[in-house]
Ligand binder design. Structure first.
Ligand code: CP
Ligand code: NVA
Length: 304
């Protein structure tokens, strides 16, 4: 039987995602009250990271340990991936030895090729195109802070990047509206918007997107792999910083979210990310709880 992968938010249906987030809430509460829960004892998770990470790497490794399993971190530099062993062969071999594989890759296509040849579940831990694990934590955080997200309005201000693509999928899966303001040439890819068209509106003016929003979102203007474009991007993104003037256009109860790492004075003003509407630290912590629910779902089939 083909394993169940999590390469995009669309790999689970809306009902499964809802259940998974309810489970994340339970697992968080259990962890807080010190209750041991080790359903993954004896299981091993391999983690292949082609790019840097603080939150994703630590949350997966700690989460697996809390669930009773073990993990191994594999840098492509220290395996044969960087020496030209085909991705397909690495997938075939690793998946005969471990129970689940987490990959952060430069190219989304690489993760798809890997998954197609893996006997065990593969989780996308960020690619150039998508970051579905981030969205599990983001939606969990909104549910915790404000309740149901259905029918709400989220505003994405800035680069139409991997995290923006994941929010586009989330708008459809969780049934809310996403207003995106991106500078010309930095809009999200049309093929990511197309299946979610009814849930997404594109703007060129950040004010239009932010007006009446329940959530205001942004991310770095230069993602990993785009460092060489940084100077040019800083110029092209002028006027797209989320500052308190922009936050004033959103609803009074609006929350500010950022996947982190953040660059104060660029995509977000310090007064916003360090201010009372910011929920970024809970958002970062929830990476742990949401991914524990994901590991449990993929490895035990336990939905609730
Ligand atoms: N948000 C996020 O994925 O952070 P890391 O790059 O630190 O994993
Ligand atoms: N868009 C950013 C997200 C980092 C978590 C990047 O890809 O670098």
């Amino acid at each position: 039987m083909k394993p169940r992968h999590f390469l995009t938010l669309m790999d689970l249906n809306a009902k499964e995602l809802k259940r998974l987030l309810a489970r994340a809430k339970e697992l968080k509460a259990m962890q807080k009250r010190g209750k041991k829960h080790t359903p993954l004892a004896g299981k091993t998770m391999a983690m292949i990271f082609e790019k840097s990470s603080t939150r994703t790497r630590v949350s997966f490794q700690v989460g697996m340990a809390q669930l009773g399993g073990t993990s191994l971190f594999l840098s492509p530099r220290d395996t044969h991936l960087d020496r030209g062993e085909p991705v397909e062969d690495t997938a075939r071999v690793l998946s005969r030895m471990v129970d689940i594989i987490v990959i952060r890759a430069n190219s989304h296509a690489m993760v798809e090729r890997f998954a197609a040849h893996s006997q065990v579940p593969v989780i996308n831990a960020l690619t150039d195109q998508d970051h579905p694990c981030q969205l599990l934590a983001d939606i969990q955080t909104y549910l915790e802070k404000r309740g149901s997200i259905a029918g709400k309005k989220a505003a994405w201000i800035g680069d139409g990047n991997n995290v923006c693509h994941a929010w586009i999928n989330a708008a459809r899966q969780f049934n809310f509206h996403l207003d995106i303001a991106a500078p010309k040439g930095y809009e999200p890819k049309a093929e990511w918007i197309a299946p979610c068209r009814d849930h997404v509106t594109l703007h060129s003016d950040p004010k239009q997107a932010a007006r009446g929003a329940d959530i205001v979102l942004t991310d770095t203007w230069a993602s990993m792999g785009q460092e060489h474009e940084k100077t040019e991007r800083m110029k092209n993104f002028a006027g797209f910083m989320v500052d308190s003037a922009l936050m004033k256009l959103a609803n009074k109860q609006a929350v500010f979210m950022h996947c982190l790492p953040a660059y104060r004075g660029m995509e977000v003003a310090a007064e916003v990310i360090d201010g009372p509407q910011s929920v970024v630290w809970d958002e970062a912590e929830n990476r742990l709880h949401a991914q524990k629910a994901l590991l449990e779902f993929l490895l035990t089939g336990k939905k609730k």
